[in-house]
Ligand binder design. Structure first.
Ligand code: ZN
Ligand code: ZN
Length: 293
């Protein structure tokens, strides 16, 4: 069984529709797929319809933009009740922050002598629920300013770049608790993908997050080299956290992240789903179903 628990559609910054994503997953032999667009559940319905047609198991998720001690941390929230008001409001707040950042980012780029306006970015963003830096990057590629998204981030849009603009992100501990209150479970995405989060997210921190309700760590991810994976795996083992592995697929939007390039062990998925059921029961919420193959 091939299980990929972290992918994006064009409802955030991926380049394929939820339906096309599910179809593509089927073609490449994925049995269980999680759709985890940034800060939105907008793609869930379309993905669920496609999944039942294709005979694929869908796990509904969200990759929530969080912060910990000033650093950006991504949290994968699986199977929360999307109607849980505090969560819906917080996602709204994050998306508003993302959209509000666009004018400031464009102004900074223009000050650097790059001819770009908000409409250039909106055009490439298409159906996305929130316009983010990847869309600005796509507009810069389209204009021939940079070769690809990576170069756009390295040169302009990254947190140390000259066109970087701060935006709202949810406090990590609070979001972990909120996901549990929504009847879902949370897993820290690519925790050591960047050096600064390596320091903030050590074993003691993971232990504290577990007390808040965290259930897992995304260990197998392209941003982690082999020694990093081993170290994270041992932390997960020590703390009895679920280990996941995923592609973080973005369609054409990210190279070297093909569907299924990292996968999750079926036993780990089973644990994750059981924990989600327990969470829903404890919270008294009605959450999306998962029919395991
Ligand atoms: Zn991420
Ligand atoms: Zn992602």
């Amino acid at each position: 069984m091939r299980i990929d628990l972290h992918t994006h559609s064009n409802r955030s910054d991926g380049t394929t529709s939820p339906r096309a994503l599910v179809r593509h997953a089927r073609e490449v032999g994925i049995d269980v797929l999680a759709l985890t667009d940034h800060d939105t559940t907008e793609g869930w319905e379309e993905a669920a319809a496609a999944a039942s047609q294709e005979g694929l198991t869908l796990v509904r998720g969200i990759e929530v933009s969080c912060k910990l001690e000033g650093s950006a941390v991504h949290l994968l929230a699986y199977l929360p009740d999307p109607t849980y008001e505090p969560l819906a409001e917080e996602l709204e707040r994050i998306l508003d922050g993302r959209n509000a950042r666009l004018p400031a980012t464009v102004a900074k780029l223009r000050a650097l002598g790059i001819e770009i306006d908000e409409d250039d970015v909106r055009r490439v963003a298409g159906d996305a629920a929130g316009i983010g830096r990847p869309h600005v990057a796509d507009a810069l590629v389209e204009k021939g300013v940079v070769q690809d998204r990576g170069e756009a981030f390295d040169t302009y849009l990254g947190s140390r770049g000259p066109a970087y603009v701060k935006r709202y992100a949810a406090p990590l501990e609070e979001m972990v608790r909120m996901v549990a209150s929504a009847g879902g479970v949370s897993v820290v995405a690519h925790p050591w993908g960047r050096r600064y989060t390596h320091q903030a997210l050590d074993e003691a921190r993971f232990a504290a997050l577990k007390d808040d309700g965290l259930v897992g760590i995304e260990v197998d991810h392209q941003d982690h080299d082999e020694p990093t994976r081993e170290e994270l795996r041992s932390i997960a083992r020590n703390l009895d956290l679920v280990v996941t592995g995923s592609s973080d697929y973005h369609g054409e939007g990210k190279v070297d992240h093909d569907l299924g390039c990292n996968t999750t062990d079926p036993d780990e998925l089973e644990r994750l789903v059981e924990l989600a059921r327990a969470s829903a029961k404890a919270a008294g919420r009605t959450t999306p179903e998962v029919l395991l193959p």
